[in-house]
Design a protein around this ligand. Structure first.
Ligand SMILES: *[C@@H]1O[C@H](CO)[C@@H](O)[C@H](O)[C@H]1NC(C)=O
Length: 524
């Protein structure tokens, strides 16, 4: 048992943070620790999942009892990231791929316990506890707890508020001493510590590991294709993504490739080899990440060589996983758990070609407009009625709910950005022929600001998302298809105050569309 204590502290030392270290020591005096790691079965797990996997390996080596939870209900509660009809397939995919990862890094599977959320979360006792909890946790606390985990949307669903509470209950129902997760889980962990005792249950220990940045430097996100390497990406795709990754000679800040070596490769391997032409000194073996960083900063390691070496090490980890997924059964599982979005829709409507159905931003007709006149809507206090020149013969009539945020003077003669191909819609009896795009921030009071076109813009200038310059907008977006609604979820104001779709700038031929103050805001 003494042995267990000391070995256990190794993984803890490299974890970012532990809540409840005293209780941890108490338990370890008596028995092995029971710990769980949960994953909501949403998008395809990517290479950053090797970080928790390496921790799981450490926990097992230290003699802990480890449970892995495939949280299928959570995948749905978080804004339906996994659609209802795919929940079961996603769980199967996660189980297969996570087991393949563990095998790839040499973790014995028979020592682990695998559990699916709905196997116990639908029991009478659990369900009653959800209700008990829902009358203790305030809306404010639930929202705050989920802020970094549950997708934040303008009209939050009740399901997202339930999410943190269920995660707290899981600790009790999985009969563990501790939960382990990324630091992004911190607020959910504190909610669990606060509320489990109110239900008469023990407060659990929480251990956290740091988040791994994506290859582009930001958070490794499943929605940003280029920033993440899928576990089943082929060698060429791995090469291509690494090639694109930001990695400047001598610059160790925001360097996704170095972070990857630090957080993923070093914890898994005892050494890391930088492959180099004999001309530049030949291969060099590293056993300590700090040395790599030092040499990179001193430009002793060239970005090209770093990328090639990371590629080699990563392919070694991925090979067994890709190989396992070559069987017809697992190929079929992958395809059915993650159907191609366009294929999926084309099936429902065979006449429609895939292209017409693809939800891409070039289908939006966004233009610069100039406000010619503004008046109050005769029948609605919150609405303005504007005449806006969008580069056509006649100005368009636009109805917008901006009375609470802007005066008529602030809008008069202003350049704005408009979505021009929505189906015209009557608002309190007057047809609105375009939508004035604004940035907004939730909160009390809610803040709203119209987007700003670049200086020197003229009415009618086309606004497009970088990378989607060439497509032709739809003549009119069919309301039922909800094309704008689907794209709108990913429209945001960046930290540099630039309007973006999936982190790609909205621009005109003259420059970026911006917003004065609402960084991080949504666009609608
Ligand atoms: C997007 O806008 C930001 C801020 O102006 C700029 O720094 C960045 O280079 C732009 N991205 C591209 C790909 O042009």
């Amino acid at each position: 048992k003494k042995f267990c204590v000391s070995v256990l502290f190794l993984p803890l030392l490299c974890s970012q943070e532990v809540l409840g270290e005293e209780r941890l020591k108490e338990i370890l005096k008596e028995r092995e620790l029971k710990v769980y790691w949960g994953t909501a079965t949403t998008g395809k797990p990517h290479v950053a999942y090797f970080v928790p996997m390496s921790k799981i390996a450490d926990f097992l080596k230290a003699g802990c009892e480890v449970t892995i939870l495939f949280a299928d209900l959570h995948a749905y509660l978080d804004n339906m990231k996994a659609p209802w009809e795919l929940l079961e397939l996603r769980v199967q995919y996660y189980e297969q791929v996570i087991k393949a990862m563990l095998e790839s890094i040499g973790v014995p599977l028979d020592k682990l316990k695998f559990v699916k959320g709905t196997d116990y979360q639908l029991s009478r006792e659990y369900t009653l506890d959800v209700y008990r909890l829902s009358s203790m946790v305030t809306e404010h606390d639930a929202k705050k707890a989920g802020a970094e985990v549950v997708k934040q949307v303008e009209h939050p669903l009740l399901s997202g508020l339930l999410y943190p509470g269920l995660q707290a209950l899981d600790e009790e129902y999985l009969k563990v001493d501790a939960q382990f997760g990324g630091v992004d889980q911190r607020k959910i962990f504190t909610l669990a510590e606060k509320y489990l005792p109110s239900l008469g249950y023990t407060k659990r220990i929480h251990m956290m590991n740091p988040m791994v940045p994506g290859l582009t430097g930001g958070k490794m996100s499943s929605s940003e294709e280029e920033s993440k390497i899928d576990l089943l990406d082929k060698n060429q795709e791995v090469k291509k993504k690494l090639k694109k990754a930001f990695c400047e000679p001598g610059n160790v800040e925001n360097n996704g490739v170095l972070s990857f070596a630090k957080h993923v490769l070093f914890p898994l391997q005892s050494e890391f080899v930088i492959k180099r032409d004999p001309k530049w000194g030949g291969d060099k073996v590293y056993t300590d990440y700090e040395e790599v960083e030092k040499d990179f900063a001193a430009e002793q390691i060239h970005p090209g060589d770093l990328k090639a070496s990371v590629e080699l090490a990563l392919n070694k980890l991925l090979d067994p996983i890709r190989k396992k997924f070559e069987t017809p059964e697992l190929k079929k599982l992958t395809a059915s758990a993650y159907p191609e979005p366009s294929k999926n829709r084309a099936k429902g409507n065979p006449k429609q070609t895939v292209d017409e159905e693809e939800v891409i931003p070039s289908r939006l007709d966004i233009r610069v407009g100039k406000v010619i006149s503004v008046e109050k809507h005769p029948d609605a206090d919150s609405l303005y009625l504007e005449k806006i020149d969008v580069g056509e013969e006649q100005p368009r009539t636009v109805v917008s709910g901006l009375v609470a945020y802007l005066s008529q003077e602030q809008l008069q003669d202003r350049l704005v950005v408009l979505l021009c191909n929505l189906k015209p819609q009557k608002m309190r009896g007057i047809e609105s022929q375009a939508m004035l795009l604004c940035a907004s921030m939730l909160g009390e009071p809610r803040k709203v600001e119209p987007l700003d076109p670049p200086e020197g813009s003229a009415p009618g200038d086309r606004v497009y998302v970088e990378g989607y310059e060439s497509g032709k907008p739809d003549d009119e977006l069919k309301p039922k298809k909800k094309v704008f609604e689907k794209l709108q979820v990913d429209l945001k104001i960046s930290d540099e105050f630039v309007a973006q779709w999936k982190e790609q700038n909205l621009t005109t031929k003259l420059g970026q569309i911006t917003c004065k103050t609402l960084k991080g805001g949504n666009i609608s």
